[in-house]
Design a protein around this ligand. Structure first.
Ligand code: AMP
Length: 588
């Protein structure tokens, strides 16, 4: 059992506000129905509505600690890596406070981030969280035409999300006015320092009011970051991951594996891993209700008997789902953490983290559900390449190793299926009870064919289909070790501003995510039409298109990707607004 950690906190606040309760594992939330604990943090109803639209059920630990402090107006230093939910941890309070301000078109908040990818992601997240508030968020980063940025800055903006280089360019041209700024976020501060942005940040913050609220997030806290904190923050509250109690002996019986998978390939990867593992009863943890519903549908489509379990369901619905897993009439339960509280199923052999959990304790708590009473169990984590830090943090906190493995290949899968067929046949031979009645099939054939041939044909039939899984190849990717990033982008090879940074090889294609799919009636020609109609691209420049029920993936030339994203965001497809963004890592 790992119950010893179930009530521990993974976030501490130095200079703690005693009213903040960071205990997310009380085991009672499941009984309180779908109401989310976000409601207790003091956020505006418009934000709570956006969170509920997104299917977020409860705050992550960093959000629990940071949001109340930031709403109080305090400066905050948060030690948090990607995957912890830190973007929402700062975005929600920023949006909340902005809504109260008298906004006059000059930016009230500035978010500085190291890369243009991150700028786009943060912008997108803020847009989604703030959609019911009508707050204008503008990304400002290199590689985007200056003209468009100038126009959006001129028309009035509330939040600017920028890379330091481009922000400084705009400051020196006079197109960015930070004199009315109320809030500054320094996101991934350690990365920004590694990329040589220290002086740019100094120069930018020099032009902001000194009574601003400042928040700094960083995965690591080297001395240079402490220096930054001293310079830019006032009496900051510190929120950090602490070393939790390590896992107890039983957990060692749990095999812990992570597979690195690009986001778009996760459903296929999950199917493949489960086919190899052939588990008896599995819980797959997702972050949001939407993801639970989507994945349940996909897994059912792949032949699994999968059931959804989330906070939007009432207690009797949940009990029925758990009952089916216990009875073996369901193979998979796809669940959010909230809904899975108190889930206690002895038969459970596998726990899958469809995403890397947002805190080590959540990981520990989830995988504590297998390997009980000395039984063997498996914990499988599907990690995106950028989530390497969280895996490392979990290993450090639990004192256990998570072995990062290559996904099974299609060939592995075929071999495994044959193996399972052999095992099943062997069982049938050993039990041998009622085989006699099949003699009428075999004996007449034996006069005509060799007995081994007959057996092979029978196995082929028993094995089913042709043994392929119909999966496309899943690209082989690795966790991105931090040191690589450092050596590639040391302060010395900064190059001219950030306009060059992050560009993909010329001539290459980039995959875009478009938030409408088959259900919305989208066909390939609609996507091509919208792209050709709204951007500079012609229909023939558009590459591969994949349309799923809920979303679509479209390949476009990298050089035109930003243009297409901006153009489509301002337009509609099939009469509906769309969210368009880069499909992370799909093109690397
Ligand atoms: P971040 O650490 O900010 O990169 O966030 C990681 C992922 O977690 C993003 O995909 C968010 O949409 C998601 N996320 C953030 N907060 C929550 C939450 N409270 N519940 C569910 N998902 C979340």
């Amino acid at each position: 059992m790992v119950a010893s950690t179930a009530h521990s906190h993974n976030v501490t606040e130095v200079a703690t506000d005693p009213s903040i309760d960071t205990d997310t594992d009380t085991g009672t939330a499941a009984d309180s129905g779908p109401a989310t604990e976000f409601g207790t943090l003091g956020l505006r109803p418009e934000l709570l509505r956006a969170l509920s639209d997104l299917g977020y059920e409860e705050p992550t630990p960093i959000q629990m600690a940071a949001i109340p402090a930031l709403l109080d107006g305090a400066d905050v230093v948060g030690q948090a890596a990607t995957g912890t939910g830190k973007t929402a941890a700062f975005s929600l309070p920023v949006l909340h406070r902005l809504a109260d301000l008298d906004r006059n078109g000059k930016p009230s908040a500035l978010v500085l981030v190291p890369t243009r990818e991150l700028a786009a992601q943060v912008c997108e997240a803020m847009y989604r969280y703030g959609r019911h508030l009508g707050i204008r968020v503008v990304p400002v980063y290199g590689g985007q035409p200056m003209g468009r940025q100038l126009r959006s800055l001129e028309t009035g903006v509330d939040v600017v999300v920028a890379t330091p280089g481009r922000a400084l360019d705009h400051l020196s041209r006079g197109s960015l006015d930070l004199s009315k700024l109320r809030m500054v976020v320094l996101d991934e501060a350690d990365e920004m320092l590694d990329m040589g942005f220290a002086e740019d940040i100094d120069a930018i913050l020099d032009q902001t009011p000194t009574d601003r609220q400042t928040m700094l997030f960083s995965a690591t806290m080297p001395p240079r970051i402490s220096g930054m904190v001293r310079r830019y923050l006032r009496e900051p509250r510190r929120i950090e991951l602490t070393r939790a109690e390590s896992m107890s002996g039983d957990a060692a019986a749990v095999t812990q594996v992570a597979y690195v998978v690009p986001r778009g390939h996760k459903p296929a990867a999950l199917g493949r891993v489960l086919d190899i593992e052939a588990p008896e009863a599995t819980v797959v943890f997702c972050r949001t209700r939407e993801e639970v519903d989507r994945l349940t549908e996909i897994m059912n489509g792949r032949g699994y008997r999968a059931e959804a379990l989330h906070g939007g369901m009432d207690q009797s619905q949940r009990n029925r789902v758990v009952g089916r897993l216990r009875a073996g009439t369901a193979d998979l339960v796809v669940a959010t953490d909230v809904a899975a509280r108190g889930l206690d199923i002895d038969q459970l052999t596998h726990v899958v983290n469809y995403d890397v959990p947002s805190a080590p304790e959540i990981y520990v708590h989830r995988i504590g559900r297998v390997g009980r009473a000395g039984r063997e169990g498996s914990a499988i984590t599907l990690a995106e390449p950028r989530e390497h830090r969280m895996i490392k943090t979990i290993e450090r906190v639990t004192g256990q190793t998570i072995s990062v493995r290559k996904l099974p290949t299609v060939a592995d899968l075929r071999a495994r299926r044959l193996e399972l067929t052999r095992v099943a046949l062997r069982e049938a031979l050993v039990e041998a009870g009622d085989l006699d009645r099949y003699r009428v099939v075999v004996e007449p054939l034996a006069e005509e064919f060799d007995i081994v041939e007959i057996a092979l044909a029978a196995v082929k039939l028993a094995h089913g289909a042709d043994g392929t899984d119909g999966d496309a190849e899943i690209p082989d990717v690795e966790l991105r070790p931090r040191d690589d990033g450092r050596s590639r982008r040391g302060p010395k090879d900064r190059g001219p501003r950030d306009t060059r940074r992050g560009k993909r090889p010329s001539g290459g294609m980039t995959r875009l995510f478009v938030s409408l799919g088959r259900r919305a009636g989208v066909r390939p020609q609609d996507l091509v039409g919208a792209i050709a109609g709204e951007s500079q691209l012609r229909g023939k420049d558009v590459g591969a298109i994949e349309i799923t029920d809920k979303f679509s993936l479209v390949d476009v030339p990298e050089s035109a990707a930003d243009d297409v994203i901006t153009a489509l965001r301002d337009s509609s497809i099939k009469g509906r607004k769309v969210v368009v963004r880069r499909e992370r890592f799909a093109s690397r």
